[in-house]
Design a protein around this ligand. Sequence first.
Ligand SMILES: *[C@@H]1O[C@H](CO)[C@@H](O)[C@H](O)[C@H]1NC(C)=O
Ligand SMILES: *[C@@H]1O[C@H](CO)[C@@H](O)[C@H](O)[C@H]1NC(C)=O
Ligand SMILES: *[C@@H]1O[C@H](CO)[C@@H](O)[C@H](O)[C@H]1NC(C)=O
Length: 411
Amino acid sequence: MKQRPPPFPLLLQLLFFFVAIAECGEGRSALSRRVGFRGGRASGDAAREASPTSGGRSLRFGKKGEFKILQVADMHYADGRETGCLDVFPDQLPTCSDLNTTAFIYRVIRAENPDLVVFTGDNIFALDSKDAAKSLDAAFAPAVELKLPWAAVLGNHDQEGTLSREGVMRHIVGMGHTLSQLNPSGMAIDGFGNYNLEISGTDGSTLANKSILNLYFVDSGDYSTVPAISGYGWIKPTQQFWFQQTSSRLQEKYKSKPSPQKDPAPGLVYFHIPLPEYSTFDASNFTGVKQEGISSASINSGFFTTMVEAGDVKAVFTGHDHLNDFCGKLTGIQLCYAGGFGYHAYGKAGWSRRARVVSAYLEKTVNGDWGGVKSIKTWKRLDDEYLSTIDNQVLWNKGSIGRRRRNDLPT
Ligand SMILES: *[C@@H]1O[C@H](CO)[C@@H](O)[C@H](O)[C@H]1NC(C)=O
Ligand SMILES: *[C@@H]1O[C@H](CO)[C@@H](O)[C@H](O)[C@H]1NC(C)=O
Ligand SMILES: *[C@@H]1O[C@H](CO)[C@@H](O)[C@H](O)[C@H]1NC(C)=O
């Protein structure tokens, strides 16, 4: 394993943060601009409400005690029917376009009926798009049309067309049925699309007014802007500071009255570029496949350590490397890829495009009510003839300690 520089010390992180605040002044009102809340899904299985303290929105577990999230990574959408496919068999080329990506989204949503869809970046391949706004509209259209709550983060290709990174994220937060947000209010932060979503306990249960599953969305950047460092971007100290504060505020709330809870509610983190720690695994300790290198930033900005310290994060979900689709557990945190979804993205002919599903299940309390999260499972859906389900595995069980165990392998 390559030697990596140590993460930024906390003192340095704090210094960065206060310098950023001081410099921020005028930009602040733009950053704190609130986005309009858009109304919801008819089914009522997942309710939503604005949460004034977090600037976040909340979702809710349904009566079945399950909350399901579909992750779509690397759609690489461009101009729809006019945009051809990469890495399919030669005889498939004439009939293959971005519309196959759209068809796959509809197909997997119909099969899984998720409560939330998360798009983890490279949503559009903007270099090949005539109009970034139109590409974004087309890429997210299935979630919008089906009135499904959805959230997105940026990859490294989303801004390579007619819109800047900020422009892309602003366009996204203005779309129908999205819960995406630009950035937290009243705080200087790097990137666009850093926010959290809170999922409350079932209506009528003791935990109805608490967030029992926390989702964090982070902008992992595009490319380094530091001349001495080459390669991809990374999660900056300001973002880590925001994450740290948000996590600790959520944990505080969860542990306080009414209905104080002992352990923190589990957290799941979504962004685009994998962390350097993704390369600590081999086939003996992950589920899924690794068919290409880990394209993380060339330096380690310490976000993994920050998450381990926070104590609530159970799993991280990225995209970026389309041919990798594994989950491996390191120091109590599952590091997962979704595998490539889009047909205008590089892939491998004969190796189906895919999506990752994550589902959280509640425990029953002594009085028969739904309680907090008991377990979190994941599997993948392939865009093959049967929409095959593969690599079903438990990511986390309540009460399980944070080290690697045999029973964390696929069930
Ligand atoms: C793309 O969609 C077309 C039209 O439905 C279909 O005929 C074709 O087989 C699909 N191609 C791939 C690679 O799935
Ligand atoms: C949750 O909040 C609602 C609305 O304020 C209230 O009616 C309900 O009793 C609360 N439930 C619990 C378990 O605290
Ligand atoms: C995975 O197993 C390899 C040995 O095959 C070991 O070197 C590596 O440290 C393990 N990684 C983790 C995260 O446990």
